[in-house]
Ligand binder design. Structure first.
Ligand code: TEU
Length: 587
């Protein structure tokens, strides 16, 4: 099938051009945990094909598929051994092609995950690189000599005697970011797991191969890419160590490097076109505004990505380590969103997400997953679907799925949880699992990775076999079958949100104006496009809250959407019930 292109899209009342990816709702599928069709306990591509009806009924426009490429699965597919092959756990290339066709038949586009900051250590390139210092592919990766241990004041338990890693960078998964290769006597850089060596983008052959591979997928008919940690591809010259005194951490050293815009500009010219949806994952906190603007600017000095994922709102409650949490309140969350809404008010575009495969479940984190699970899941959905930007729904979010009640380290599967915690336990940095249990329950990426709850049957209808990671015990109550049967469910509310967006340009393109930046529990704002206006009020609290709304907004307001089934009327004094969300049409 062919989708209309919008290269010269029609202009809206505010002068902005229509773009299909601004109007779209994206649904993220983490294939390992979505649906298992062949009874091995691991989700697969046929499982997704079987469930396309669920996505179609929800009304979403795009699927972002997490990696399904051939991989030893050290990081659930973010360690790719062959970019042009499907991992046999997930199926075959024919299955993938059927998925693409089936989605397109339902007017749903497909974007693939592009993981090119690193490969798997089992990739042929890296295997070749290991053979000698002058191997053909040696320079596809980042190799350095170690430092003399006598000259630095750092202790390591890796590498040969008397030698320490080339610099002091730490892997995001804990421990040093370098691994020693005995046969060739050098160290390679791995910002993630040691099975994920970083590619050397300074080498033009690497870029040629990456761009060729991207074009190969485009030829197959995909509609865009989600780009994994794409702001890590340019490393700073000389790979300088961190500078704790100046507050410069590893992440500050390796993000938004000196050539990143040059590399992305090359990608734009050789691969991309504005008809695709491209979303770059930009790690680091904060993401400098100047870089943010350039990543998404369509102008001549911009990299031309459709949008980016920043991390500022999902780091508010995080300490430096996975077992640390910090306090946040609603004013902090609003401040982050308000800043980003303002940053892309005229140029650029926001992505809107509150969870994904790396983050805990949003209703457990930003809502109340107990008494007000349903109301708060709907409120958070209302927020995501009525801000200016493209909403991303993570699988199970539309069912109001919650965090998992982890009890022991054996319950976890994620390398990003297990590596740092095991290292910390070994070194005595952390006393016991119990000492960090609450924080891991709050923070672990595995919260998002438990199987999608399809029904109240065994294994939640995800698989006939024991799943690779436990099903959340609340599946008998929280599952797709029950949600579909109940008109008042989170699922049906999400359907209305998606439809509301599709039917109202003001939701997509309207200007955002915050009304209550300093209020501790209310988030109110307007969206305005030409003579259309929406007025949104969200009560982020377990208690009722009263809001004295501006008279001109409530004058002739009518309720367009709300998460309580009765309309409580409209007055200058709005009495909002716990976790109540209301969207009014007004003037
Ligand atoms: O994530 C980047 C990343 O930095 C996270 O893993 C981060 O460490 C985590 O969210 C802590 O909050 C991307 C992928 O989304 C992730 O699944 C991969 O593990 C990672 O890159 C490496 O490819």
């Amino acid at each position: 099938m062919t989708f209309e292109t919008d290269a010269a899209g029609e202009r809206l009342p505010n002068g902005e051009r229509r773009r299909w990816w601004k109007e779209a709702v994206v649904y993220q599928v983490y294939p390992r945990s979505f649906a298992d069709s062949d009874g091995d306990g691991v989700g697969d591509i046929r499982g997704i094909v079987d469930r396309v009806g669920h996505l179609d009924d929800l009304g979403v426009d795009v699927v972002w598929l997490n990696p399904v490429y051939e991989s030893p699965q050290a990081d659930n597919g973010y360690d790719i051994a062959d970019y042009r092959a499907i991992d046999e756990q997930y199926g075959t290339m024919a299955d993938w092609e059927e998925l693409l066709d089936t989605l397109h038949d339902h007017d749903i586009r497909l974007i693939m995950d592009l993981v090119v900051n690193h490969t798997s250590d089992e990739h042929d390139w890296f295997q070749n690189a290991l053979t000698s210092r002058d191997a053909d592919y040696r320079d596809y990766y980042i190799w350095r000599e170690g430092r003399d241990a006598a000259e630095v004041d750092e202790t390591y338990d890796v590498g040969p005697d008397g030698e320490v890693p080339p610099n002091d960078w730490e892997s995001f998964f804990g421990g040093p970011a370098w691994a020693y290769h005995e046969a060739t006597g050098e160290w390679y850089l791995h910002l993630f797991d040691r099975k994920q060596p970083d590619l050397n983008w300074e080498n033009p052959d690497v870029r040629d191969d990456v761009f060729e591979m991207m074009n190969w997928w485009i030829e197959k008919g995909i509609d865009g890419f989600r780009m994994d940690v794409i702001n890590l591809v340019s490393k700073p010259e000389g790979l300088p160590s961190t500078d704790p005194e100046a507050g410069i951490r590893t992440i500050d050293r390796v993000t938004n490097g000196p050539r990143v815009h040059e590399f992305l500009g090359e990608m734009r010219d050789r691969v991309l076109d504005r008809g695709f949806l491209t979303v770059g994952e930009m790690i680091g906190d904060p993401l400098p505004g100047e870089h943010a603007r350039r990543y998404v600017s369509p102008g001549p000095d911009g990299d031309g990505l459709s949008m980016l994922f920043h991390f500022e709102h999902v780091l508010l409650d995080r300490g430096e380590r996975i077992w640390e949490t910090t306090d946040w309140d609603l004013t902090d969350l609003k401040a982050v969103f308000d800043r980003w809404q303002a940053a892309f008010a005229d140029e650029g575009w926001n992505s809107l997400y509150l969870n994904n495969h790396d983050q805990p479940r949003m209703v457990s984190r930003f809502g109340n997953d107990g008494e007000y699970r349903r109301e708060s899941a709907k409120l958070l959905g209302t927020l995501l679907h009525t801000l200016r930007g493209t909403p991303y729904v993570y699988q199970g979010e539309e069912l109001g799925m919650t965090n998992y009640p982890f009890e022991s380290l054996d319950d976890f599967r994620d390398v990003g949880t297990l590596n740092p915690v095991r290292t910390a336990l070994d070194r005595g940095v952390v006393e016991s699992f119990d000492a960090v249990k609450e924080a891991l329950r709050a923070n672990s990426r595995d919260n998002a990775r438990t199987p999608v709850q399809w029904s109240d049957e065994e294994h939640a209808g995800f698989s006939d076999a024991e799943p690779w990671i436990s099903v959340n015990p609340n599946y008998d109550e929280v599952n797709a079958e029950a949600e579909r049967a109940d008109e008042d469910s989170v699922y049906h509310y999400y359907r209305r949100l998606v439809e509301f967006r599709h039917e109202n340009d003001v939701v997509v393109y309207g200007d955002y104006d915050p009304l209550t930046p300093d209020h501790e529990s209310l988030w109110a704002y307007t969206r305005t496009l030409g003579d259309e206006r929406l007025f949104v009020v969200l009560n982020f609290a377990d208690e009722a809250t009263t809001y004295d709304a501006p008279a001109e907004l409530v004058g002739d307001a009518t309720l367009a959407l709300g998460n309580y089934d009765d309309d409580d009327g409209v007055d200058e004094t709005l009495d909002l019930r716990p976790w109540e969300a209301r969207v009014y049409r007004t003037r």
